[in-house]
Design a protein around this ligand. Structure first.
Ligand code: EPZ
Length: 427
């Protein structure tokens, strides 16, 4: 089993370029199902979640050619299946993003119920409610969702209870082929939603308002393939920016839009960091102690939940105390218990984490609880006293391409290692 070994005391500095956004690329790949033919996606991150989505599309009959490390040529002309297998959906919840496109193409879909994951139940009730408003009927049978439309998709107005990213995406991808116009109210506004809407419009869809709380989709008869570059990964960028803030030395992060991390950068400046924004990059450094400030996660443009663990790591070294409130997922504080093993002082009260800044972390053996928590543990190891070994790093590989290589190029003493297979007694 692989792990990551970090030797503390080697601050990162220099330049790093992030990849295309995981949370856009996966949906763009699913969206190729609505436009039979060859769509080319560039700036696609080479991460395990993209490989799983590739398997889902191939299972449905698509042909995928890897044209270089970050370019995929996806041919969906021969897609003739509308059922996704449980083992792939169980492996990656985002596989449910094929629900909307399959309904648009075939008027039916069978998708395994996504299991929960470490950070929460990850239900899809809002996806189902919204699609029912478009004329889709659902049956759950033996762990799979059977979706069908007898009279075809019909445009309607859908108001989401919560600005769900996944529900907004599935509704957008289904409604591009509906009869009439669909309005999604209380829609998610994340930059990845805008990237998906741009791709669909390049395919001939008529979508207005993406990035605002109200998205209007006028159904069209057919869509054609296109070429599209995936938007830069603001969360990968934010992860390196948080690391720079922790270590203090200047780091320039390239390949993303600073406006996509607006509130994060503003909060980091309040915490004492210097942020120099460029057109597709920003440089961050810190000369003063980290100031403790309260954080609460919310849908975009609020503070992103995907930056919560990395920011908790920073605030765990703050100059006083603060409260982090997690409003998006019901169980996204597992990182805190691992960080406490490194000396952090954090108390969890429901969806609040009370963080008392400490002077330093001590290296320890820790376990990656999820994708972002794992990255934040590596981050803590950069400044910890001694060696930190992080296990379960498959979580990290799901969303960070060349994570250790990038850290090493910035001067970190980090490397992948083989962890001994401990045969613990089942006691
Ligand atoms: C996307 O998940 C991202 N994943 C998540 O990133 C991100 O944290 C999240 O959006 C919020 O920004 C991908 O894009 C692959 P939601 P998604 O629907 O679509 C509840 C990462 O680390 N909910 O906005 O699942 C849900 O349980 C990952 O890159 C329902 O109850 O997020 C959650 O508590 C983690 N019913 C909240 O809403 C529904 O029908 C937000 O979910 C849908 C969602």
């Amino acid at each position: 089993m692989e792990g990551i070994r970090v030797e503390g005391g080697y601050p990162i500095s220099g330049e790093v370029t992030v990849e295309g956004a995981k949370n856009s690329a996966l949906k763009l790949m699913a969206a190729t199902l609505v436009a039979p033919g060859v769509t080319t996606l560039t700036n696609v991150p080479n991460i395990s979640d993209v490989h799983v989505m590739g398997k889902v599309l191939k299972f449905l009959g698509a042909k995928i050619e890897v044209k270089g490390e970050h370019e995929l040529e996806i041919d969906t002309s021969c897609v003739d299946r509308w059922e996704t297998p449980y083992h792939l959906v169980a492996q990656m919840r985002a596989s449910t993003a094929v629900l909307g496109p399959l309904l648009a193409r075939f008027g039916r879909a069978v998708v395994a119920m996504p299991g929960g994951c470490n950070i929460g139940a990850r239900k899809i009730d809002m996806h189902i409610l919204g699609l029912e408003a478009l004329g889709v009927s659902f049956e759950v049978d033996h762990g799979s969702i059977h979706a069908s439309t007898s009279g075809g998709l019909v445009g309607s107005t859908v108001t989401l209870d919560f600005a769900s990213v996944g529900a907004t995406e599935n509704l957008m991808m289904a409604s591009v082929r509906a009869k009439g116009t669909t309005t999604i109210d209380n829609a998610a506004r994340e930059p990845e939603i805008v990237d998906l809407a741009n791709l669909l419009n390049e395919m001939g869809a008529k979508i207005r308002g993406a990035g605002s709380p109200v998205i209007e989709i006028e159904g069209v008869e057919e869509l054609h393939p296109t070429n599209h570059r995936v938007v830069g990964d603001r969360i990968e960028a934010g992860t390196f920016i948080a690391m720079a803030g922790l270590c203090g030395e200047p780091v320039t992060v390239k390949g993303f839009e600073p406006a996509h991390l607006g509130l994060v950068l503003k909060k980091y400046e309040l915490m004492g960091m210097r942020v120099v924004r460029g057109p597709h990059e920003c440089t961050v450094y810190r000369e003063d102690p980290i100031r403790s400030v309260d954080i609460q996660t919310l849908p975009f443009p609020g503070f992103p939940t995907d930056m919560q663990a990395q920011t908790m790591c920073l605030l765990a070294r703050g100059d006083s105390s603060c409260v982090i409130t997690e409003n998006v997922f019901e169980n996204r504080f597992m990182f805190a218990s691992e960080l406490q093993r490194m000396g952090a002082s954090i108390r969890i009260e429901g969806h609040h984490a009370i963080v008392h800044g400490v002077k330093g972390f001590s290296g320890a053996e820790v376990k990656s609880p999820d994708l972002r928590g794992g990255a934040a543990l590596v981050m803590a190891g950069l400044v910890a006293d001694g060696i930190t070994t992080i296990s379960d790093i498959h979580h990290i590989d799901r969303g960070y391409e060349g994570f250790v290589e990038k850290l090493s190029s910035l001067g970190a003493h980090a490397r992948r290692i083989e962890l001994p297979q401990e045969d613990y007694l089942d006691i």
